[in-house]
Design a protein around this ligand. Structure first.
Ligand SMILES: NC(=O)c1ccc[n+]([C@@H]2O[C@H](COP(=O)([O-])OP(=O)(O)OC[C@H]3O[C@@H](n4cnc5c(N)ncnc54)[C@H](OP(=O)(O)O)[C@@H]3O)[C@@H](O)[C@H]2O)c1
Length: 227
């Protein structure tokens, strides 16, 4: 399938990394569904990106919103699960308010999970698709170093890496790949003092999203600058 025949959907694409990924995929010739919690934000960003970008309302925490988006989107070939929040910066595991952790898990882990449940089965049915989950360098395996100053966020992203391996195992051999990416630290509203621009991170995320579907799956791929 040629690039111009493929449709990508990016969650949380109204700003930050998501918006830059949408622009990058558009630049590489794909049709892009630019989704955001609020339709007006999606429409504004899609208008700015120009022809080939179509706005879509999609709140990852809202079951009805995700189902409506899946129905309106039509076939999606490339899914980038980017929407996320960082709410507990500067806390620690023994005193972080658990409401913050709960809200973080609701968006980052369960929200992404909900999107995967809505969009991956149709990809499997069509026999092809690429899913990229935007994770983070705050994650770690046992024996590694989980970043403790954003405890809820770090665990939500570790959960996403685990979820990526589970879904990849289930889609193995179907033509659908599922990978997680660490985009490195990026200057956005979430991390305003970082050096790397969203456009740089977006090139890496798009490279992963456009890997051939007989390529890697169930992997956690890291932008080399963040190693
Ligand atoms: N910046 C970094 O250094 C960095 C590093 C590693 C990973 N990441 C990850 O990269 C992703 C994008 O982050 P960013 O840095 O671009 O942050 P950002 O500028 O704060 O953007 C976050 C995006 O997620 C959206 N979002 C939040 N809750 C949502 C929901 N319930 N439904 C749909 N969209 C929702 C936001 O929409 P609204 O505008 O409506 O709030 C916004 O579009 C996140 O998953 C983040 O964890 C970032």
């Amino acid at each position: 399938m040629s690039t111009s025949e493929r449709t990508a959907l990016v969650t949380g694409a109204n700003r930050g990394i998501g918006r830059a990924v949408a622009a990058e995929l558009l630049g590489r010739g794909l049709q892009v569904l630019l989704s955001a919690r609020r339709f007006d934000d999606a429409r504004e960003a899609a208008l700015e990106l120009g022809a080939g970008a179509r706005p879509l309302a999609l709140d990852v925490t809202d079951e009805d919103s995700v189902k409506r988006a899946a129905a309106e989107a039509g076939p999606v070939d490339v899914l980038v699960c980017n929407a996320g929040v960082l709410l507990d910066a500067g806390t620690d595991p023994l005193s972080v308010p658990l409401e913050l952790v709960e809200q973080t898990l609701r968006v980052n882990l369960l929200g992404t999970w909900r999107v995967l449940q809505a969009f991956v089965p149709p990809m499997v049915a069509r026999g092809h698709g690429s899913v990229t989950v935007v994770s983070s360098g705050t994650t770690a395996e046992f024996g590694g170093r989980l970043f403790g100053r954003t405890p809820g966020y770090s665990l939500s992203k570790s959960g996403l890496n685990g979820l990526t391996t589970l879904v990849a195992e289930q889609t193995a051999g179907t033509g659908v790949t599922v990978n997680a990416v660490n985009p490195g630290r990026v200057r956005t509203r979430m991390m305003p003092t970082q050096e790397q621009l969203p456009e740089q991170a977006a090139r890496f995320v798009a490279d992963v999203a456009l890997l051939p579907t007989d390529g890697p799956t169930g992997q956690f791929l890291t932008e080399h600058r963040s190693r």
